[in-house]
Design a binder for this molecule. Structure first.
Ligand code: NDP
Length: 253
C-alpha cells in the first residue's frame, strides 16, 4: 500500500537535468506539486511545461543553491506561493573527480560549495517547514531525501573530495534522522551507482576520457532508476521509514 502525495508540495534541487528532473516527474506523477530548483531557468521551464501537460503541477524556482541567500529565498518562495513544504529532495551536485595531486583548487571548492554548503543552505531553510508539515498535514509525515552516492559508502582513488562530500552528507543525514524521528520527518539517503546523466560532462579534459574508459561498455543506470528509489521512500505509509537505499548498475562492482 502506498501513500499518495496529493495535496503535498515537494522541492527538488538540481531539477534541470538527470536524476533531479526524473525525480520531479516521478513526484508529480504521485500527485505532489513540485518546485523545480536549479540555475538553468530555461531547462526548468521546459520540464514544468512537460509536467503540466501530463496533468501535474510544477513551479519554477531558479536559484544557485551555493549562494546562501538564493537558497533561503528559493525555499521561502516555495512556501509563500504553494503554502507548505512536505518533501525536499537534496539532489543538486557536482562530481569533479580526478587525481588529487593535479586537481585545480576551484574544482574542490565547487564540490564543497554545492554538494555540502548548498545542501546545508536548503536544508536549514526547509526544516521548520518540514516539521510543520509533519505536525499539521493529513499525512502527518514529511520527507527529507538526499541523493548521495556509492562514493559516500566506498572511497576510491581519484574521488577523494567527492567522497568526502558524499560521506559527509550521509553522516549529516543520519544525525538529522535521529533528531527528527520524534517529529515524524523521515530522513533518507539514496546512493546511486553510475547513472547516465550530464554529470561527467563537467569533468576536465583527460579525466573525462579516463572515466569513460573505466565505465567502458557497462550498461549504466538511468535517471528513472534512481527516481524510482526516491518515489518508493516518500510514498511509504507513515509507519514505515526507509532510511537508505544503494542503487548500483547491475554490471557495477
Ligand atoms: P546532472 O549534472 O545531470 O545534474 C546536476 C544538477 O545539479 C543539475 O540540475 C544542475 O542544474 C544542478 N546544480 C549544480 N550546481 C547547482 C547549483 N549551484 N545550484 C543549483 N543547482 C545546481 O547530474 P546527476 O543528475 O547525475 O546528479 C544529481 C545528483 O546525483 C548529484 O548530487 C550527484 O552527485 C549524484 N550522483 C550522480 C551519479 C551519476 O553517476 N550520475 C552517481 C551518484 C550520485 P544547473 O546546472 O541548472 O544549476
Amino acid at each position: 500500500m502506498t501513500a499518495s502525495l496529493r495535496q503535498t508540495v515537494a522541492l527538488v534541487t538540481g531539477a534541470s537535468s538527470g536524476i533531479g528532473a526524473a525525480t520531479a516527474r516521478a513526484l508529480a506523477e504521485e500527485g505532489a506539486s513540485v518546485a523545480l530548483v536549479a540555475r538553468r531557468a530555461d531547462r526548468l521551464d521546459e520540464l514544468a511545461a512537460e509536467i503540466r501537460a501530463a496533468g501535474g503541477a510544477a513551479t519554477v524556482v531558479p536559484a544557485d543553491i551555493a549562494d546562501r541567500v538564493q537558497a533561503r529565498e528559493a525555499v521561502g518562495r516555495v512556501v509563500e506561493e504553494l503554502g507548505r513544504l512536505d518533501t525536499v529532495v537534496n539532489n543538486a551536485g557536482v562530481c569533479l573527480v580526478g587525481p588529487a595531486e593535479a586537481a585545480p583548487e576551484h574544482e574542490w571548492d565547487r564540490m564543497l560549495a554545492v554538494n555540502v554548503e548548498g545542501l546545508l543552505h536548503v536544508t536549514r531553510a526547509a526544516l521548520p517547514h518540514l516539521v510543520r508539515a509533519a505536525e499539521s498535514s493529513p499525512r502527518r509525515v514529511a520527507d527529507l531525501v538526499t541523493i548521495s552516492s556509492t562514493a559516500g559508502r566506498v572511497a576510491r582513488a581519484g574521488q577523494a573530495v567527492y567522497s568526502l562530500t558524499k560521506s559527509g552528507v550521509n553522516a549529516f543525514s543520519e544525525s538529522l534522522r535521529q533528531e527528527l524521528q520524534p517529529k515524524r520527518v523521515r530522513v533518507g539517503v539514496v546512493g546511486p551507482g553510475t547513472v547516465d546523466t550530464e554529470l561527467a560532462s563537467h569533468l576536465r579534459d583527460g579525466v573525462r576520457e579516463a572515466v569513460a574508459g573505466q565505465i567502458g561498455a557497462m550498461e549504466l543506470l538511468r535517471p528513472d532508476d534512481v527516481a524510482d528509489a526516491v518515489r518508493y521512500m516518500v510514498t511509504r505509509e507513515r509507519r514505515v521509514a526507509v532510511n537508505e537505499m544503494l542503487v548500483r548498475a547491475g554490471e557495477q562492482s
